[in-house]
Design a protein around this ligand. Structure first.
Ligand code: GLN
Ligand code: ZN
Length: 763
């Protein structure tokens, strides 16, 4: 007896991104389907072996995927949009839905909760049919191949539907449109239909002799209505009908369970999983409402989201606390959230990262070891391991930075000059026309540039050679922008691979792993920086390239920085100080850069915040405090500039209806946003709010190689002119151009400038 353990969501990418290599070579036709399937099977076997070694009581299966686990469900239940149905082969069809074909656009892809994982959005008509019982196949496979009993894990019906879109008739039209299932009237009908399919899956599993399954239901941490909770309960009574021999676990994560008392008591399942790492409410609710005596608690106490080693002393305390409310025999210890948010192993960083930092880290493999260790501590009295995490942390402390942040916290941070006044002076000083044109920062990162950088990193060319090469690129970009008659120029960001990495590498307090890849979507992985210490700027970061560019032209060159909130949201960050304080630390370092640029004569500085919105907490009640400090951090980067220095910001997307007042509070002189894919709809939010600072409308959709015509860009611009003060409108692409080719960029920008010229004549 004693506590049991499980783990779930272990990374699928392979130790050295073997999944990427196997699948991409298959797509290119370099290896056969059989070879690809064999390779990916090997990756899966390796990961399951790790879980066997971790001595788990419940070993998961069905949590491996060739592309995306939500897409796996869609194809399993035949939720295949009409446009892909003519593809007969099921694997071809699967990849086609993810990536599109010549004549069928790919399904939409979007962010999975508040993480950097992206899933393929299901498009549902309401007809569900079980065409392949994937959990059953995975279970059988593991039994035959490895001789083990497993617990199939699958995203639950409720969460799957919340994340879906459904087709709905449009009023007064024969065409169907897609709306979020969550907001559709059909939600309940669809859910109950889906429940029948899930029931069928369970029946077949029961027939096979499967002993346990896990339904992941992270959507139960969102702000869901009472009505939806009733739908949920009804659905689960269908899902579990006739199932008596399988333990059914429903795991929730990323936040605390909503409707705690009702769901823990009334959901007709064996066990409920709660995340005790990301929030405090779950523990508070456990204390307040207790836990039903007939249920098992799957206690997510080992972090699946952050890379920091578990403090066993604290963990034991937490478990003891939980034990006051749930018998030891009814506790299953697990990771809090799926482990795929973490890189595979710290092992590959040995000899690369600072040894002191290595001792603080724990990735997926190490999480499994921690789960094994805690079981031994609790069940057989293994002694707590020697840990001096706190002491180690002290070594990365910078008192000066801490003090500076304290000062910030006790003050209001705001530019003292009135916007109208300062904007007028800025435009006058810049000497730019109405409807000024600019770009978002980066120009094409050509193969040549990437090769030169690789050579430089390998030491094959000298720093001087590399710098000269970059200068040549800048020279070309400046001349080109002058020829195109753009008004505010950029240096082109040729020296940067990634907008966060570039700054992280130049700041103190950041570490970069060698092999710390995390799946972002499909075969795409990212390697987030790790913020481990107090942040400061040892030397200017962007001054050299920006000033070089400015000296080549009489037109203003815009300085380019990544904002504090974006740098933070796209990194792993420390847990020993509040997120807010880390944001201020980054902001203070960026402010030094801003002031240096200003001193060097740069009159326009853009501070990008494309990840501003994605840091928004999942629960509404927690959003305001985030927005408050996020706005403050942004303002802190530029609150001490001169009245005449113009501050821009950029966000790639435009869904900020709900947070527009906070965007306004950022107090940027100009914000550039996406406007092409949404056909200018975005502007409505600004109109409603009576937004009266500068707005750069992204009328050129850079996500496609297409060259937009003057007419189509004009159409969006005209819409804007109707509702926004024309003296505030800027014309620009909707994002940076680094993924494009010069052959596309040049004619597209030419057309874009043409639009501005027409506007100047017309209005
Ligand atoms: N300045 C960056 C660029 O142009 C902005 C990128 C982004 O918004 N994602 O590449
Ligand atoms: Zn962008």
């Amino acid at each position: 007896m004693g506590i049991k353990t499980t783990a779930f969501g272990y990374p699928k990418i392979g130790k050295n991104r073997e999944l990427k290599r196997a699948i991409e070579s298959y797509w290119k036709g370099e290896i056969s389907r059989e070879e690809m399937l064999k390779k990916t099977e090997e990756i899966n076997i390796e990961r399951i072996k790790k879980m066997i070694e971790a001595d788990l009581d419940y070993i998961p299966s069905n949590d491996f995927s060739l592309y995306d686990f939500i897409l796996d469900i869609s194809t399993m239940i035949d939720a295949v949009p009409e446009r892909f149905r003519k593809i007969q082969d099921s694997l071809d069809r699967y990849f086609a839905m993810a990536r599109g074909t010549e004549d069928a656009v790919a399904c939409e892809m979007t962010k999975w909760f508040d993480t950097n994982y992206h899933y393929i959005v299901p498009e549902l008509t309401g007809d569900f049919k079980l065409v392949k019982n994937r959990p059953l196949e995975s279970y059988r496979w593991a039994k035959e191949k490895l001789g083990i009993e497993t617990k199939p894990v699958i995203t639950g019906a409720f969460t799957y539907l919340i994340l879906s879109k459904v087709y709905e008739k449009q009023e007064g039209s024969l065409l169907m449109k897609m709306v979020k299932a969550e907001e559709s009237e059909k939600f309940k009908t669809f859910l109950l239909e889906l429940a029948k399919v899930y029931n069928q899956i369970l029946k077949e599993l029961q027939h096979e002799g499967v002993k346990a399954v896990q339904f992941d239901e992270p959507a139960l941490v969102l702000d869901i209505s009472e009505e939806k909770v009733d739908d949920l309960l009804e659905a689960y009574s269908i899902i579990t009908e006739g199932i008596s021999d399988i333990q059914i676990f429903v795991h929730t994560y990323y936040e605390s369970l909503e409707h705690f008392e009702k769901i823990t008591n009334e959901l007709p399942v064996t066990g409920i999983g709660l995340d005790f790492v990301s929030n405090e409410e779950n523990l508070q609710n456990l204390k307040k409402y207790g836990f039903p005596e007939d249920k098992i608690l799957q206690a997510g106490v080992i972090s699946g989201r952050d890379p920091w080693k578990t403090d066993f002393k604290e963990l034991v305390q937490l478990i003891n606390e939980i034990k006051k409310y749930v018998d030891e025999d009814r506790i299953v210890i697990s990771n809090s959230a799926p482990l795929f948010h973490l890189p595979v192993s710290v092992q590959s960083e040995k000899g690369h990262l600072d040894n002191r930092l290595i001792k603080l880290l724990s990735f997926a493999d190490e999480r499994l070891e921690e789960i094994k260790t805690i079981k031994q501590i609790v069940n057989v009295g293994l002694e707590l391991p020697e840990q001096s995490l706190q002491l180690l942390r002290e070594e990365f402390k910078d008192e000066k930075v801490r003090q500076a942040v304290k000062d910030v916290q006790s003050h209001e941070i705001k530019r003292p000059h009135n916007f109208k006044e300062r904007y007028r002076k800025q435009i006058e000083l810049l000497g730019i026309p109405r409807f000024p044109t600019t770009t978002i920062g980066s120009f094409p990162q050509t193969k040549e540039i990437r090769q030169m950088r690789a050579k430089f990193r390998r030491g094959e060319i000298s720093e001087q050679e590399y710098e000269n090469f970059i200068k040549e690129q800048i020279k070309y970009a400046i001349k080109l922008q002058e020829d195109l008659e753009l008004d505010v120029l950029v240096h082109g960001e040729f020296e940067r691979t990634d907008m966060v990495e570039f700054f992280g590498e130049k700041l103190n307090g950041f570490a970069f792993t060698k092999n710390g890849w995390v799946q972002s979507y499909g075969t795409r992985c990212v390697r987030p920086p790790i913020i481990y210490g107090d942040i400061s700027r040892p030397a200017p970061m962007t001054l050299k390239e920006t000033v070089y560019a400015q000296n080549l032209t009489k037109k203003p060159v815009k300085g380019m920085l990544t904002g504090p909130v974006t740098i933070l949201n796209w990194s792993f960050y420390r847990k020993d100080i509040p997120k807010e304080e880390i944001a201020y630390q980054i902001a203070l370092a960026l402010r030094e850069e801003v002031l240096d640029l200003e001193k060097a004569g740069i009159k326009v500085i853009q501070i990008d915040e494309p990840a501003f919105r994605e840091g928004l907490p999942l629960k509404k009640r927690k959003q305001e405090s985030y927005l408050k400090w996020a706005v403050k951090a942004f303002r802190l980067t530029n609150n001490t500039v001169k009245e005449t220095t113009q501050i821009h910001t950029h966000m790639c997307y435009s869904e900020f209806n709900e947070i527009i007042e906070w965007i306004y509070k950022m107090d940027a002189d100009v914000i550039s946003i996406e406007a092409s894919r949404s056909k200018g709809e975005i502007i409505e939010a600004f109109e409603r709010f009576k937004y009266d600072h500068g707005i750069g409308i992204g009328i050129y959709d850079i996500h496609s190689p297409r060259i937009p015509s003057v007419e189509e860009m004009m159409e969006i611009a005209e819409r804007t002119v109707q509702v926004i003060n024309k003296n505030l409108i800027w014309i620009n692409p909707d994002c940076g151009l680094k993924t494009r080719q010069w052959e596309e960029v040049i004619p597209a920008l030419k057309n874009m400038v043409e639009v501005a010229k027409i506007l100047r004549d017309k209005y």
